[in-house]
Design a protein around this ligand. Sequence first.
Ligand SMILES: [Zn+2]
Length: 288
Amino acid sequence: MPKIPGSSLAGVARAYTAIQSGNYPGCAGKGGEDGSAHCGRTDCAVCMAYGFAKPEASFQGLAQFSDARILFFPVPSAMGPLWVTSPSALYDAGCRPGDAEVDWLQYNTAIGDGAMGMGLDFPDTRVNLGWLYLPRVARPPELPAPAGWVMADSERSCTLGEIRCLKPVCERLAMVSDARFPVLVEDQLEVRTSVSISPETGAAAHGALFTAEAIPRSTVLFFQATYLDPLLFSVPPQRNHGGGDVGFTRAQVAGHVETGLRIVEYAGIGGANTRGMGRMRVLPLEAR
Ligand SMILES: [Zn+2]
């Protein structure tokens, strides 16, 4: 399954936090050949959140990122676009219908080789998801519609239906089994073919044809950011050890990281950034 590695998220968030806090380019990136371009100050938004590696001292950073994994994936059907998910994706993302806990994985058995309409009822006994033609599985009465589902971690929660751009996704959500989900995703990735044009001939340059796979627009991914408490660390030791001069609170670390993550929507993440790829909106930031 395609994913965005946590290291990529951390790297772009670092660069954008550095721009927003006026510490660019020194504290962005890896700090030159030996890390000496990082300031390493306990009051630096970038070096405290993302770490630094100066020759004389290093620090791992207070923000930790998981990989971003696919939660809702758009697939064409005869009914128009449907977004597909699976029990383990919902389980791992911390989705639950309202306040009740739900054992998502049990639905693998009920779904079998079929597809369960979550936000809508399939009008026929079968539904096509891409080229796959699957039997319809009725949504059990104990599962409410996705718009009321809550996505929660230890400190924060949001209701999916309250996030503006997730509304159409919730209305057209379908669940397939964990075994079927990767097949659908792999099969519906965008494949872009490109070629270089030779300036001498105006035709395709020899040997310059290439293809790339991409996650399609409107895919919903999930990731977790963990913010450690600065009070648990001492960088450098004489500064904030034992309640001394603490550069940051934990909430401020989160704020600095989210300042960077907001920019991903405009400046992008990953390759082919100048050719329509890599724009990503971090939705809980929109919900607040
Ligand atoms: Zn710095």
